[in-house]
Design a protein around this ligand. Structure first.
Ligand SMILES: Nc1ncnc2c1ncn2[C@@H]1O[C@H](COP(=O)(O)OP(=O)(O)O)[C@@H](O)[C@H]1O
Ligand SMILES: [Mg+2]
Length: 306
């Protein structure tokens, strides 16, 4: 028997951990609110939500220069590229090159100082923030898990979606068995459930898959993930890029190799763009990048490689 004093202490510790993660989540939300104070519905009076230019790429940056208020130099300078309606585009480049800034612009967390972004050929300033974000699902690198049930976590973006839709997303990321094994299933409390880093990552990807819009932005985790998680994410990228657009900030060799088009960013500019084969023959920085990823891959996966 557990001495009676242990239980309150254990649950107090548990409650404190929950409180802490809840506070961290609240702080994040407040931070975002303070940063933006944005009206996500506002759109020019004469603009329509349903504009779309035939055959335009789903997203495009046109001569975009952008930066941060407290930084001297812009984070991106004169960047132009398009994201086709289907396929997988991988962004690669050294730390600080501007990859995350591209995502922040696409999601309209920040606005460009010059140039413009387009959704289906329509400039962002003709659209509301919601018009833009309703087309995009985003999986962050460090994904916050909401201290609530599995269901709330998976259906966060689409609260009216059904349990079947939640299970479908969980199955796509190979998390269905794990969740079924939990006491409560979809009702299990994530904060009280021990999920590994990889499982949390898959939960976040499942969230992006429910009622998935036609663009998936994925900032790949830099930390090594377990083999099941890697395979599940690879499968999601392959499936989603047949049906719509996937843009990854790629940190793993297999993700880069799977991309239809790779954009190499360096010092806030597009250094080169092409297929893996093209870049490997002509771009020394890309060759270095791939060599480094190979060393990583060989070190970590050598025993499982043929
Ligand atoms: N919130 C920020 N405030 C000020 N500078 C930032 C901020 N975020 C990024 N930067 C700067 O912008 C540049 C590009 O950063 P980032 O887009 O995060 O690069 P990457 O994702 O390729 O590592 C870097 O020089 C970085 O220091
Ligand atoms: Mg980044």
């Amino acid at each position: 028997m557990t001495p009676p004093i242990v239980d309150p202490i254990t649950s107090l510790a548990g409650a404190f951990a929950t409180l802490q993660s809840g506070l961290a989540a609240a702080a994040r939300i407040r931070e975002t609110e303070n940063l933006e104070l944005e009206d996500t519905h506002a759109r020019p009076a004469d603009a329509s939500a349903h504009l779309s230019v035939p055959d335009a790429p789903v997203l495009a940056l046109r001569a975009v220069t952008a930066g941060y208020a407290d930084a001297e130099a812009p984070a991106l300078r004169d960047v132009t590229f398009a994201i086709p309606r289907q396929g997988h585009i991988a962004l690669v480049g050294p730390s600080g090159a501007g990859k995350t800034t591209v995502f922040s612009l696409l999601l309209r967390f920040i606005d460009p100082a010059a140039g413009r972004l387009e959704l289906n050929g329509v400039p962002y300033d003709r659209l509301s923030i919601d018009d833009v974000r309703s087309h995009i699902a985003y999986v962050e690198q460090e994904t916050p898990v909401i201290p609530s049930t599995v269901r709330d976590n998976v259906l966060f973006r689409a609260p009216d979606a059904t349990d079947d839709e939640a299970w479908e997303a969980l199955t796509s990321v190979r998390l269905d068995q794990k969740i079924r094994s939990l006491n409560g299933g979809l009702n299990a409390d994530v904060a009280e459930t021990s999920l590994s880093g990889g499982e949390r990552q898959r939960l976040a990807v499942a969230r992006a898959l429910v009622r998935r819009p036609n663009v998936l932005l994925l900032d790949e985790a830099t930390a090594q993930l377990d083999a099941t998680t890697e395979a599940a994410i690879q499968h999601v990228i392959a499936t989603a890029s047949r049906e719509g657009a996937v843009v990854t900030i790629a940190h793993r060799l297999s993700t880069v190799l799977d991309a239809d088009q790779i954009i190499v960013l360096e010092n806030g500019g597009v250094r080169d763009a092409g297929t893996h084969r093209e870049l490997l023959t002509r771009d020394p920085l890309y060759q270095e990048f791939i060599a480094a990823l190979r060393i990583h891959t060989d070190t970590d996966l050598a025993p499982t490689e043929a």
